[in-house]
Ligand binder design. Structure first.
Ligand SMILES: [Zn+2]
Length: 168
C-alpha cells in the first residue's frame, strides 16, 4: 500500500447541522471549478453549516417522491436514519433542480418547472416526515441503543440556473 495523498483529517466526532439529499448533477456542485464556490458550498456556507451528512444521488428527492423502485425510497430513508443515529442531524434538507436528467422532463416555462419540482419536494417531505415519526425509525434507534429526538425540521430547496429557492 502506498500513500497517495497526505491530509490531516479531524478525527473528532461531530453533530451534523443537516442531512442533505442532493442530486449528484455536478452543475449544482461544481466544487472543482475553483473560480468560485459551488452552489452546494454556497448553500452550506449561507446556512452556517459546519458539518453536513450529504447524500448525493441521481435525482435527489425523486427517490422519495417518485421512485422507480421501492428500494430507492428505503435506501434514502436508511441514510437519513443513519445520519440521525450517528450525527443527530439537526434538520433534513431536500433539494431538486431544474432540468434534472433523472426526471428527464422538459417544461414550457420556468414557472411550470418550478411548480413540478416544488410538488415533488413536498411529496418527498411527506415521506420523510412520516418516516421521522414512524415506529420503524424508533425501532432502528432503539436497537442501536440510541435515544434521539426525531422531530426534525425538513427544508425544501429548488435550484435553477440562477441560484436556489427556498420552497415553503
Ligand atoms: Zn438531477
Amino acid at each position: 500500500m502506498k500513500k497517495r495523498i497526505y491530509h490531516k483529517v479531524d478525527s473528532g466526532h461531530y453533530h451534523a447541522d443537516a442531512c442533505v439529499i442532493w442530486c449528484f448533477d455536478a452543475r449544482f456542485d461544481d466544487r472543482f471549478n475553483k473560480k468560485e464556490l459551488s452552489l452546494y458550498e454556497k448553500f452550506c456556507k449561507n446556512h452556517g453549516f459546519k458539518k453536513v451528512d450529504p447524500v448525493f444521488i441521481a435525482g435527489g428527492v425523486k427517490a422519495l417522491a417518485s421512485p422507480v423502485d421501492w428500494w430507492e425510497t428505503e435506501f434514502v430513508l436508511r441514510q437519513i436514519a443513519k445520519s440521525v443515529l450517528l450525527h443527530d442531524a439537526k434538520m433534513i434538507v431536500l433539494k431538486d433542480h431544474v432540468e434534472c436528467g433523472d426526471y428527464g422532463r422538459h417544461f414550457q416555462s420556468k414557472s411550470d418547472a418550478k411548480k413540478f419540482y416544488s410538488n415533488e419536494l413536498k411529496k418527498g417531505k411527506k415521506t420523510v416526515v412520516a418516516f421521522l415519526k414512524s415506529k420503524k425509525l424508533k425501532k432502528f434507534l432503539k436497537e442501536k441503543g440510541v435515544k434521539r429526538n426525531t422531530n426534525k425540521p425538513v427544508h425544501l430547496y429548488y435550484a435553477d440556473f440562477s441560484g436556489m429557492h427556498h420552497i415553503t
